[in-house]
Design a protein around this ligand. Sequence first.
Ligand code: GUN
Ligand code: ZN
Length: 433
Amino acid sequence: MATAHRASILHFLADPDQVAAADVYQYFADGLLLIDEGKVSALGQATDLLPTLAADIELIEHPNSLLLPGFVDTHIHYPQTEMIASYGESLLPWLNKYTFPTEAQFADEDYAGTIAELFLTELLRAGTTTALVFGTVHKQSIDAFFTACSSKNLRMIAGKAMMDRNAPDNLLDTAESSYHDSKALIEKWHKHGRLQYAVTPRFAGTSTEQQLAKAGQLLTEFPDVYLQSHIAENVDEVAWIESLFPQRKNYLDCYDHAGLLGRRSILAHGIHLKDEEWQRLAASETGIAFCPSSNLFLGSGLFPLSTATKHKVNVGLGTDIGAGTSFSLLQTLNDAYKVLQLRGETLSPLKSFYLATLGGATTLDLQDVIGNFGIGKEADFVVIDKSCTPFIDYRLRQCQDLFEQLFVLSMLGDDRAIAQTWAAGVLVHQRQP
Ligand code: GUN
Ligand code: ZN
């Protein structure tokens, strides 16, 4: 059945860094979004569209709200939900002390299913409707995750971690078994409804050259699946990877040599990349997930967004749960702004909300499917309550224009601001009063 949502509506048409401001976004102070069969069928001024509505359309009013496309998280680990806020370490000790023991529990598919439900509840409470998600080494972690996503008809991308060295024995696969397990998951889940598969070598530190080559083989055999991994997150990590792969030119070359770069490849972090690596990312159209909350939490460093922009490398936002400390992309924007301030760079509110929506979708090569309210796109959206707390209500009323309002939302907003989350036109989260 068709539905119409009336609210203030904002969506993006282009990257504010690439296009003149007038062509970057559309804003309807009193807008109407029409949805038919889970897809956008019209968008415009409420006063123009209301008289044209068929008599049987359900009209839903969202007073004092801002309706935006659903947020897109380009890097997150669902099995790390329960270990968010683990104290006091940098990347490599943190992996050994907290992450690996936590991930070992996902050998149990029932356990994985319980955490997958908890994770999705938090994601939807935060207004995130699409994410690129790491599982654990266990094939069943992805069966559990995709089963949970399927029942909610979410657009999600995920993959089983491939890791055949430098982790506890109970978290290791082999080059051969990781190939067969990943292949079986692709055949079972890729393009099953709105689900897509990502080949997931965890990072060069936990994969042999043979395993990276197997990941490359999967990308050749299944050219439309994704590739996700980590790169240049931490100075000690970079030095360690260079010592593990003396035959490669640099960190990125470990992946490049195995054929892992491309339009559907997304590498998390990229804080400590060399200029030649940025050039190769650009030439190969590989995207980067900028994870400011995680980078601050683990003391990894400050991401150079202007370098990515200069090289025209696609960038999306990632929470990187459980090194990140919030599921909320609004809170992630807060951290992103502060990281860039420390670098002497800036992040405009328009660029912020572009990154959280169409920018993330573009980094995931989903710009024709989600990310804004273009006709025919999947109707994934959030309803932001502008009076979600007495203070946010007060502060937003001091704002002179939309630009200021967006900045305040990105500094003060979090899951409390998300009144509702909708996926393919269906309500999947309703905030409790
Ligand atoms: N590098 C390899 N594995 C991980 C992980 O789980 N989290 C983060 N932040 N970095 C990684
Ligand atoms: Zn990560």
